[in-house]
Every structure is written in C-alpha cells, then in structure tokens.
Design a protein around this ligand. Structure first.
Ligand SMILES: O=P(O)(O)OC[C@H](O)CO
Length: 414
C-alpha cells in the first residue's frame, strides 16, 4: 500500500480522536496507509513543515492553523492546491458542499480551494455552574455582555474564587474575534483579504476599552492570565477557574474531564457598540497538501480527504470535538440526530459564526507572518496583565511592531 504522511498538532483528547479517524480510514481500504505524526503545537508543526520542505523531506499533508494561512498561500512552490489534487484524482469533489463561512477562509477570490477545511472553531464562553452556585448566583446565569460578566466575576471573587475568569488564545479571542464581533477592523484592506498592503488597526477605541477592562480585571484578581495558547484549559477542567473564554473545540477536553456541570454560551460583547454582536471568525486549522510527491500518493491524499469530508465522519468529529461541522451535510445529519437538543451549547459556535452575513471586518484575517505578529501581541498584552503598560500603549506598540513584519512580508510577496 502507498504511504501517506500527515503531520499534525494534536495531543490529548483531540489527538486520540484524530488517531481514531486514521485507524478507521486505514481499516476501510487497502490501497493507502495514512501515517499520522504529531509535530508539537500549531506553531511548531507549521515550522516543521516549512523546514522539512526546504530539506526535501516534507509530508504529504500538513495541518496548519488559521494563523499560517497567508504564509502557506504565499509559499507557492511548496504547496499543491487542494482543488488541483482533487481534480487530478478523478474522485468526486464539490467545493460547494462545504460551509461558505469556513471554506471561504481557505479559498482564493476566484473560488479555488487551496487547503481542506478540517478543524474549524470559533471562540465561546465556558461556565462552571457549580462555581456560580457557590457564589450565590443562579447556576443557569448566562452573561451576554462584558458588563454582565463583570457582575458575575465580582460575585465569584467575593465567594473566594481564586480564578473567576481565564482565557485561551488571548489575541484570537480578545482582539481578533473581538474586532470582528464588533465590526471594527483588526487590519485595513478587509483584514488583509483585499491585499498584502494591509496595516494593523486593532488599537481603536473598542479594542482599547476591552483590553483596558481585562487589565483592570487582572489587577483586581477577576481575570487570571494562564498563557498564550490553551494552558487555561487544564485550570478550567480541574474546576480552578470558573469562566473560560476558549475555542469551541475546548469542548472535547471539558466533556471528557470536567467533574462539574458546565454551560457553553456565546462569546460576550459590548452592548454600547452599534451593530454588535456581528459574527465571530474561524480558528482551528486546515489541511495543506505539500508539493514534490508522486501522482499515486496524491490520489491517496484525495481519497483520504474524501473520507474526512464524508457526512458521517464530519458529524462524528463535530459532535466529539466541538469543531464546526465542515459541510452542510454534516450539519444537517447532526441536527437530524437530535444532537443539539441532547448536548446544549454545541450549536452556539456555528450560529455565532454564521448568524449574520459577514462584513469586510468579519470574514476573517489573512495576514502574512501572523504567527510572529501574534507573538508580539502576546508580549504586549502580557505587559498589560502585569500592570507595566496601559492598554493604549500596548496596542499601539503591537500595531507598530506588527506593521514592520507586514511590510517585510509585502515586499517579499508583491
Ligand atoms: O483550539 P483551536 O484548534 O480551535 O484553535 C484556536 C485558534 O484558532 C488557534 O489559532
């Protein structure tokens, strides 16, 4: 059988679920064997894929988080576009079967799908209902606005909670999605979709107010910073932190480990911003096919992609992980199975992302060197949480430093 290498970034519960998909695929046919290898976290996996390409040792499939999308799109000789892989395979492939809000992120302006949507998420709010009860609140309290969140956090703190709120992926949730959700630009030129001559713009009043509020909450012990990625997950699942802003895919781990009743609700918004809430944007990752392999191997990749996109596999994946159903068929199948009734909160992500037609500010982000830019944003936000910088100072600095990277990317990709 022909071997197909797939490098990915999943460990823990998500790693187990991915391994099960591979096992099922390998058992379902005998022409191809998919070999999945974890290459560290999202950034490490992206870097491993790029380094391997330079050394001529690239895998067939590379899982790349949404942050690396513009980088992969510009790496023309290194990738083989998915539409091409599928067309050459002769296997049936309908790009319209995928949810527009998801596929649009990975598709060129003229409609060609470059990478396969696989695990797409959007941020939501997780609530430990027992913690609310301990704080004397109705455990069914579902704060809609950041103002209501503050009331809940204050009650939690007063009841002795050492961690009323923590977050995963601070830039993704509290700046990138915050901007889209309030219909303000994160960057000019439709957040980079309309051209590489884009400039960061996340230092406007909405973002400054939000980060300033979180900074105040950090000082008052209402918001506890846990780290740049999803380090906060363990603290929520153990019951230490009461509220948690995290990817809809945090559901996989919470469902498997939490020993308390929990709720998944919409990401809160500021109700004094006109038009809010707009829609949130996607995160997670897609699958890129790397250049330099044999025709028969690409056939195997196409066959595996067809398997991953089938309604049954997608619906299972969506229901177990909290990632969005990637295709309309998987969404319909999940509805018809009654899943959303028996698992409340699991349709929040898709409704929050697709509830309103996206604007230029809320289609998503397409920014070069964005992994490095996130590093800069993380560093500046950490300055706010530690009290050494004001929100305005930190965001101004992140914009200025990030723009230098964007200009270098623009020069290299004109
Ligand atoms: O935890 P994930 O896979 O939903 O990813 C969250 C963010 O999009 C990472 O950039």
């Amino acid at each position: 059988a022909t071997e197909i290498q797939w490098w990915h970034a999943f460990t823990g519960r998500l790693g187990d679920l991915l391994a099960k998909q591979v096992e099922d695929y390998n058992a379902s046919q005998s022409d191809y064997v998919v070999v999945a290898t974890n290459k560290g976290n999202y950034s490490e996996t992206l870097n491993a894929g790029i380094a391997a390409f330079r050394a001529g040792e690239q895998p067939h499939i590379l899982q790349v988080f949404e942050v690396g999308t513009a980088t992969m799109m510009s790496a023309k000789g290194a990738i083989k576009p998915v539409y091409e892989v599928m067309a050459e395979s002769g296997l049936p492939f309908d790009p319209n079967a995928y949810l527009a809000a998801v596929a649009g992120y990975y598709t060129t302006t003229d409609g060609q799908m470059l990478s396969l949507p696989y695990n797409s998420s959007t941020p939501v709010l997780y609530i430990n209902k027992d913690a609310l009860k301990t704080a004397g609140l109705d455990p069914e309290t579902k704060p809609k606005t950041w103002g209501e969140v503050e009331t809940v956090l204050t009650a939690l703190k007063a009841s002795g909670s050492a961690c009323p709120l923590t977050t995963a992926w601070q830039s993704w949730v509290h700046l990138e999605n915050l901007s889209a959700y309030h219909n303000v630009p994160f960057a000019t030129k439709d957040n980079g979709f309309a051209g590489v001559d884009t400039e960061l713009a996340f230092n406007s009043p909405v973002q400054v107010k939000h980060i300033d509020t979180l900074g105040r909450w950090a000082k008052d012990g209402l918001f506890i910073y846990s780290g740049r990625r999803n380090e906060g997950g363990a603290r929520f699942r153990s019951g230490e932190c009461a509220l948690f802003t995290e990817s809809s895919a945090g559901y996989a781990g919470v469902k498997a480990e939490a020993q308390f009743p929990f709720a998944v609700v919409n990401l809160p918004y500021w109700d004094d911003v006109a038009g809010a809430p707009q829609n949130t944007i996607i995160g997670g990752a897609s699958l890129w096919v790397m250049a330099g392999h044999e025709g028969e191997e690409y056939k195997g990749v196409a066959d595996f992609f067809n398997f991953l996109s089938s309604a049954e596999v997608q619906a299972d994946w969506h229901q177990n992980t909290g990632y969005l159903p990637i295709t309309t068929a998987a969404y319909e199948l999940t509805k018809s199975q009654g899943f959303y009734e028996t698992s409340p909160g699991t349709d929040i992500a898709i409704l929050q992302m697709t509830g309103k037609a996206p604007t230029g500010n809320s289609k998503g982000l397409r920014l070069g060197s964005f992994d490095q830019i996130r590093g800069i944003i993380d560093e500046e936000l950490e300055g706010v949480w530690s009290g050494s910088k004001s929100a305005q100072e930190a965001l101004d600095a992140a914009v200025e430093r990030g723009n230098q990277l964007l200009r270098r990317f623009e020069q290299a990709n004109r």
